[in-house]
Design a protein around this ligand. Structure first.
Ligand code: SF4
Ligand code: SF4
Length: 207
């Protein structure tokens, strides 16, 4: 084989598909996609995304690593499962989309300022403190994420909803002092630390 041909073969070798198979939840199913387009046509939100699931899977197989991992399309999936029930190859599309988003996040390649990602991070940081979500501090954190002025404006606009939730006992103002926690908080934190240790090992993967 000539050097030029060898270089062309090297360029074509798809390390990204292997990387997805090794690191993304159910990523080993991507190669089963036959590009029929049923998922793209079934996704209720797909027309508003940059890349449909069908296109994402094609891009993975074409080795378009940066374009896939920096895309916000995976972050838009609402887990409606429309695509899964219709895929003739029974690909777990929803799980792969979330797995890709999670992997991009772990690598620090996910798009900055993406609303779903921002809320997901806020939710996780809130949950991980005590093993239970503190609805009050989560709401405050969400309202004030863009600064004090924006937080006050949103808070005033939503005050009727907030008061209704307090009356219905769906929001407890006393949670401002810390809120409830799981019974075995130490055990919960140990479990999270172990999971993070496992994730950190995966992060070191190179194709
Ligand atoms: S429906 Fe399934 S086989 Fe068809 S393009 Fe989507 S993922 Fe691929
Ligand atoms: S589960 Fe996600 S990707 Fe599948 S159809 Fe629903 S929104 Fe689209």
């Amino acid at each position: 084989m000539t050097t030029a041909n060898q270089n062309a073969v090297e360029r074509y070798r798809n390390n990204f598909l292997k990387e997805v198979e090794a690191n993304v939840e159910e990523g080993d199913m991507v190669k089963m996609c036959m590009q029929c387009g049923v998922c793209a046509g079934s996704c209720p939100l797909g027309p508003h995304w940059e890349h449909s699931p069908q296109k994402i899977f094609m891009m993975i197989r074409a080795g378009k690593r940066e374009e896939v991992l920096s895309s916000d399309s995976m972050w838009m999936c609402t887990s409606c499962y429309n695509c899964i029930v219709r895929c003739p190859r029974q690909l777990p599309i929803t799980h792969i989309m979330h797995g890709l988003a999670n992997y991009a996040h772990r690598l620090g390649l996910a798009p900055k300022g993406q609303p779903t990602r921002e809320f997901g991070t806020l939710f996780w940081n809130n949950l991980v403190k005590k093993g239970r979500v503190n609805e009050l501090t989560l709401t405050i954190g969400h309202y004030f994420k863009d600064g004090i002025a924006a937080g006050i404006k949103t808070g005033l606009a939503m005050q009727a909803v907030g008061l209704g939730m307090v009356k219905a006992k769906r929001l407890n103002p006393m949670e401002i002092f810390g809120g409830h926690a799981v019974k075995d908080l130490k055990g919960f934190h140990a479990m999270v630390a172990k999971a993070q240790e496992i994730e950190a090992k995966k992060k070191g993967f190179t194709a």
